[in-house]
Design a protein around this ligand. Structure first.
Ligand SMILES: NC(=O)c1ccc[n+]([C@@H]2O[C@H](COP(=O)([O-])OP(=O)(O)OC[C@H]3O[C@@H](n4cnc5c(N)ncnc54)[C@H](O)[C@@H]3O)[C@@H](O)[C@H]2O)c1
Length: 406
């Protein structure tokens, strides 16, 4: 990390050296908008890019979202039917940010039409759907990307480097968790996330997917797990048409039943021999968006928490003063941080990670090479998820078996 800080962009590559990438987006809620906005920001941050994206067509069933896409984001057109996106001849890449149980159908259609596909995590609502989506993209020979955006946090990448370089020694144990407040209020509305027919599984699919994905990147494969799940809030107020999972109902509103899990916990063994624990909850009171991990090795330890995205806690035995953890602040000495803000401890935010993620994906498309994290990585997580769900049923340890299909 001793490299020269790269601050505030880079000189622009000549226009003729850049490849045009026509973009279609399906689902224009939180993440559909975040990706579209990120694509618009890329030219201002990555002058050296070898591509220029063009927002061509946005698909969403809500008329107000379609108006926003054209009127405010500059999409050339918008459509209520997602087929208009995957079939458009001037679209090269489809970004999918619709509810999870739609992912497989959308991925399969986009891949069959020869489009490269970026799909938000978890790529389908069930392990079986993720496996089929990965197979469809591979069979079509298109490049896939998946929205495990926290991988791209500069300090998470620094943690990866420290572990890979052996600075923490042999890793003995790992703690991962994703505790979110979004469902902690019983008046939080029954959005699609709480319904098995729209979201698939609950917090395992929504939040633990991120937590375990980070661990797979940092620590390598998981071999067996024992776990449990629970739904703590079983009825919620019905939402309006555009109700997000952050929306609130009122006492006395009509309610509906929550049909997937609020909580999941598991103990696991990594192939490396390290042991790990994971917890995820969307109905917890206290933590707000605590996507966090701690790594413990024979020569040091580190910890990162999304609630303090610009800080890494680091303890190295080699330090002369054994006074506990020190705080490493984010700054322009870590990859890409300086594109957004120069200096040290001037923070970056959630959507900046989406910009880095989209830049890296479009770069892979422009260069015609495989991308990571791609659908293969999504299958690695659902292989763990399937073992966890089996264990929650059986009450026993379950082996992680790769679900990837040839
Ligand atoms: N990586 C992350 O940090 C992160 C964060 C939030 C959400 N996500 C993922 O992004 C995806 C979308 O989540 P969100 O929070 O943006 O949801 P959202 O509810 O805010 O948006 C979903 C959008 O899809 C639209 N939609 C529904 N059915 C449709 C259809 N048949 N055709 C076209 N559009 C349709 C809705 O009208 C809505 O605008 C999910 O898969 C979720 O897991 C990822």
């Amino acid at each position: 990390m001793g490299a020269t800080p790269e601050t505030l962009g880079a000189p622009a590559a000549p226009r003729g050296a850049r490849r045009r990438i026509g973009v279609g987006v399906i689902g224009f809620g939180w993440l559909g908008q975040a990706h579209s906005r990120s694509l618009l920001r890329i030219p201002t941050l990555f002058g050296e890019r070898g591509f220029d994206t063009e927002l061509v067509v946005c698909g969403d069933t809500l008329p107000e979202r379609r108006e926003q896409a054209v009127g405010s984001f500059g999409f050339a057109r918008a459509a209520a039917d997602w087929r208009a996106v995957v079939e458009a001849p001037d679209v090269d890449v489809v970004f999918i940010a619709a509810p999870n149980m739609l992912h497989l159908e959308l991925v399969a259609a986009a891949a069959a039409a020869g489009k490269h596909v970026f799909c938000e995590k978890p790529v389908g609502g069930t392990p079986e759907q993720t496996v089929r989506a990965e197979k469809a993209a591979r069979a079509a020979g298109v490049i896939s990307g998946v929205g495990y955006n926290y991988r791209w946090a500069p300090l998470v990448q620094y943690a990866r480097q420290l572990i890979a370089d052996g600075r923490l020694g042999e890793i003995t144990n790992y703690r991962g968790r994703f505790f979110s407040m979004y469902g902690s209020d019983p008046l939080g509305v029954l959005s699609w996330r709480f319904l098995v027919d729209q979201a698939g599984h609950g917090v395992t699919t929504d939040l633990m997917s991120h937590s375990v994905d980070l661990a797979l990147m940092l620590m390598g494969p998981i071999t067996r797990v024992v776990g449990t799940t629970e739904t703590f809030i079983r009825e919620r107020p019905l939402p309006g048409a555009a109700g997000s999972h952050y929306g609130r109902g009122r006492p006395g509103d009509p309610t509906g039943t929550v049909t997937n899990e609020d909580y999941a916990g598991m103990l696991c063994e990594f192939a490396s021999g390290a042991r790990g624990t994971f917890e995820a909850s969307r109905s917890i009171v206290g933590p707000e968006s605590q996507n966090a991990f701690e790594v413990y090795g024979t020569k040091g330890a580190l910890g990162w928490n999304l609630e303090q995205l610009n800080e890494l806690q680091l303890y190295l035995v080699e330090d002369e003063l054994h006074t506990g953890y020190r705080t490493v602040y984010g700054g322009d000495r870590f990859p890409y941080h300086g594109r957004f803000v120069p200096g040290s401890a001037n923070g970056i935010g959630f959507e900046d990670l989406v910009v880095i993620e989209d830049y890296e994906f479009c770069r892979s498309v422009a260069e015609g090479r495989d991308h990571r994290p791609g659908f293969g990585d999504a299958v690695e997580w659902v292989s763990v998820q399937a073992a966890l769900l089996r264990s929650a049923e059986s009450g026993r340890w379950e082996d992680v078996v790769s679900l990837r299909e040839e």
